[in-house]
Ligand binder design. Sequence first.
Ligand code: CMP
Length: 152
Amino acid sequence: MEKLTMTDADYGALAKVMRKVEFFAPLTLGQLEQIIPYIMLCRYRSGETVFKKGEKGDAFYIVKEGSVSIRMPKMVFFSKTVATLGPGGFFGEMALLSSDPRSATVVSEADTSLFVLLSADFSFVLKQNPAFATEMKKLAERRKFMSRSQER
Ligand code: CMP
């Protein structure tokens, strides 16, 4: 993983993505401006692991470019892909909402750039939007259910 310095173009892309991503849609421009400085941009090579199932969650991720697979490890060398997320897709909310460990392993499927929001800033966004926090929790429940049903 390589942490990139955000350029003006990246901030522009971020503002555009944030307008499209449902997670950020309810925020006002002022609220967006408050969190944008805290968002990092990280690049992952194809095949690189972003994090593994069972690890502690410390960040929320949004795909800027490329794609990631959400995988359920089966045996030492095998895993089952339960979802693939492309630009605008987001992941990592479940561990942050529940304080449970990461529920799946996430692997970069191409050269991928991810916007990374640390846990404290993720909580800030949710605190600003109680109604949206409820929606996020519902989505996490749905994902949990889908992954469980595919785990077998
Ligand atoms: P978290 O448990 O923090 O880490 C793994 C992430 O994978 C999880 O949060 C979700 O964001 C994501 N995830 C888990 N299951 C699914 C699924 N079925 N579809 C899409 N994303 C998922």
